[in-house]
Design a protein around this ligand. Structure first.
Ligand code: UD1
Length: 344
């Protein structure tokens, strides 16, 4: 079987870890990325881990003509994993048009081209953000989608609807939508990891940069939530665990293991962890203190959300295997590697 896969956003955080798992599983990978939030050096990291250098084309998926040329020049692409997107919730409020263009037009371009080049399936990166604050926890895939709180969240909802309508209309491909909870950590080799641009918006990069002394202290956004210690609760999922799920999803579509043309899976551990618990877990795993201060709530934050991952566990045979401790240690090892390389 020809196993050529296009990975958009393949030099990004989740994308790069997924390319490693795809190549390890025997897939031939073509990466496209516009490098707006990543670097070509990531390709070296992937090669160091897998001893295979993926094909890389610097390209913006908004450019349909060049995207079409890419499909022509790399004949036989059977599946797509679409990571390429803008992902900063706060920024999306100030740059809505950029977010709608980057996160929606790119998907439309790919879906337009798939039938022409006979690609059989697309895995789409969605987010637990579509659930808003769920009424029932842990949250299952059939929980209602709540009105989005940001243009970013809205793009994920619209993309899911586009896929649903395209499949409903009988377009000739399958799709699996993966709703990620909070991906953290880095590859255990520390050859690839998360590389935030500027001041990190996400919790774990801020924790590791504070532990390294790059940031003076971490702001904990609120301790007056209705949770046991008052800080927000999330489901933190190891990025390599998350990456493995994409390989299983791709196998499932290309090998026709399911009749359903569209499936949706939560990818989380099933365990809710508060911000303060995560800081404690980091300190005890690494032995390094993280100075922090409680500040006011961050606008738009959900109080608590964690996954019911049973559908992915039972249907895909996938479970989150890594412990929180090992995952935080991998994030710390990556941060130390960045320091060695004078990157951060
Ligand atoms: C958000 C989005 C998610 C998106 C992700 C991408 C929502 C509800 N969630 O996740 O869909 O995929 O960003 O970036 O829109 N925190 C601090 N101090 C910090 C940073 C974070 O206390 O300096 C807290 C936050 O209040 C939150 C938790 O840590 O409770 C996790 O925050 P973060 O890592 O930013 O992820 P989400 O906001 O959950």
């Amino acid at each position: 079987m020809n196993k050529k896969i296009l990975v958009t956003g393949g030099t990004g955080y989740i994308g790069s870890h997924t390319v490693v798992e795809l190549q390890t599983a025997g897939y031939e990978v073509v990466i496209v990325d516009n490098l707006s939030n990543s670097s070509e050096d990531v390709i070296d990291g992937i090669e160091k881990i897998t001893h295979i250098r993926p094909d890389f084309v610097k390209l913006d998926c908004n450019d349909k003509e060049r995207l079409s040329a890419l499909f022509r020049n790399h004949a036989g692409i059977r599946g797509i994993i679409h990571f390429a997107a803008s992902k900063a919730v706060g920024e999306s409020v100030h740059k809505p048009l950029e977010y709608y263009r980057n996160n929606i037009v790119t998907l439309l371009n790919l879906l337009d081209l798939m039938p022409e080049y006979k690609a059989d399936g697309i895995v789409f990166s969605s987010s637990c953000t579509v659930y808003g604050q769920p009424d029932v926890l842990p949250v299952t895939e059939d929980a209602p989608v709540k009105p989005a709180l940001s243009p970013y969240g809205n793009t994920k909802q619209i993309d899911e609807e586009i896929l649903r309508d395209a499949i409903h209309a009988g377009l000739p491909f399958k799709s699996i939508i993966l709703r990620y909870f909070n991906p953290i950590g880095a590859h255990p080799s520390a050859e690839i990891g998360e590389l935030p641009n500027g001041v990190p918006q996400n919790l774990v990069p801020f924790v590791t940069q504070t532990a390294m002394g790059i940031r003076g202290e971490l702001s904990v956004f609120g301790n007056d939530y209705d949770t046991p210690d008052g800080s927000c609760i999330r489901d933190y999922i190891n990025v390599t665990d998350l990456a493995r799920a994409h390989v299983i999803a791709m196998d499932r579509m290309l090998e026709n293991k399911s009749e359903a043309p569209l499936e949706i899976f939560n990818l989380g551990t099933g365990r809710g962890v508060s911000v303060l618990e995560l800081i404690n877990a980091f300190e005890s795993a690494t032995g390094v203190k993280v100075p922090y201060r409680i500040v006011g709530r961050r606008e738009g934050d959900i109080e608590k959300v964690w996954a019911n991952p049973r559908h992915a566990n039972q249907t895909l045979g996938w479970t989150a295997a890594e412990t929180m401790e090992d995952t935080l240690l991998s994030a710390w090892k990556w941060q130390k590697k960045l320091r060695e390389r004078n990157i951060q």
